[in-house]
Design a protein around this ligand. Structure first.
Ligand code: TXA
Ligand code: MG
Length: 318
């Protein structure tokens, strides 16, 4: 019997018993548990095989609820919440004492966001606690954007995947923090940096740190298909260099004139970066199952969400 179900009551029942379930969000599916339950949080880390030093994001039901989990909230954080919540923006803020150290990996800060997905919000409204949830993939694997991706990953150990359709955004939330009145980007994501700068002015970056990651979504090897993957601005040249191999192509808008018979996925025929983002992980999941020798991905225009797609593709090559 499939573990995929649309039964919200069942989801609530499992969560109330400190069990974990997969939930849909607008970015990717998450492996969710009661953020105040150490039992549930431990189960998340174990099932995902995630190192305990890598903290979880807390998902809340409303903007007002932010004050229950975070304190000393800077003015810019409130401005960003007003504009982007519900939505794919995670903010790293000082945590309230009630947030278990397990969730934050012992840090004094907590990552928080209000997801923009009707099923996730209906679920959160039915609970009297927020949900801690990392992306619902085993550590280091491609994030899931469909319920079937999650069910395929966790054939045992997970009782339920709450159905929510295909994730509309398709890549993870953008993560920001605040230090000395500066806004810092920790992870590129579904909200473009330019959109954030329009609200708070110039931003700063801490997005790659392999030794002591501020936000380990930055660990260099992440989001990786098992098939060896290349990212290039010159697809034709790489195709020539790899003649005779079974090749999967991930292309932006298919406007390149390529004479080949490779397995080919066009992310957005209309050259729309948001559409390309929403199709990216599905393309990686699909090609990774095709027994190919290599995957060649075309570099996206480096603006807006294109930067976030390039960031994920870059990590997929490591
Ligand atoms: O879109 C998303 O953000 C998805 C959906 C499910 O909400 N979640 C997600 O979670 O991508 P995860 O755990 O795969 O990535 C969260 C990132 C991790 O890199 C973690 O290190 C960082 O957020 N993070 C969480 N709390 C943090 C904190 N207090 N300080 C710095 N980074 C933090
Ligand atoms: Mg993740």
């Amino acid at each position: 019997m499939s573990i995929i179900s649309s039964n919200i009551k069942k989801a609530v029942g499992l969560l109330n018993q400190d069990k974990i379930i997969a939930i849909p969000t607008e970015t990717v599916y998450g492996l969710a548990g009661n953020a105040f339950s150490e039992t549930a949080i431990k189960s998340i880390f174990l099932l995902k095989q995630r190192p305990f030093f890598n903290p979880l994001i807390i998902h809340i039901k409303s903007k007002e609820y932010l004050h229950q989990v975070a304190k000393d909230i800077p003015e810019n954080a409130l401005k960003l919440a007003a504009v982007f919540w519900p939505g794919p923006l995670t903010m790293v803020l000082n945590k309230q004492a009630n947030i278990p150290d397990l969730v934050t990996a012992g840090k004094p800060t907590v990552g928080v966001r209000m997801p923009d997905h009707p099923v996730a919000l209906e679920l959160l409204e039915s609970l009297n606690y927020p949900l801690a949830a990392p992306s619902a993939n085993p550590f280091g694997c491609i994030s899931p954007t469909k319920s079937i991706h999650v069910a395929d990953y966790f054939k045992s150990g997970l009782e339920m995947v709450l159905e929510g359709g295909s994730c509309s955004r398709g890549i993870e939330s953008t993560i920001v923090g605040f230090k000395d009145n500066k806004t810092i980007i920790y992870r590129f994501g579904s909200i473009a940096v330019e959109e954030i700068e329009a609200i708070v002015g110039e931003v700063f970056y801490i997005t790659k740190d392999d030794t002591a990651p501020e936000a380990p979504g930055m660990l260099t090897k992440h989001y990786a298909p098992k098939t060896k993957t290349f990212l290039t601005e010159n697809v034709s040249q790489l195709l020539t260099e790899n003649q005779g191999k079974k090749i999967g192509l991930i292309l932006f808008d298919g406007k390149l004139d390529l004479k080949n018979t490779s397995e080919k996925i066009i992310l957005s025929k209309n050259s729309n970066l948001l559409e390309a983002a929403s199709n990216l992980y599905e393309a990686m999941h699909y090609l990774d199952k095709k027994n190919l020798d290599i995957i060649i991905a075309e570099k996206m225009p480096d603006v807006g969400v294109g930067k976030s797609i390039n960031d994920r593709l870059e990590r997929a090559t490591k």
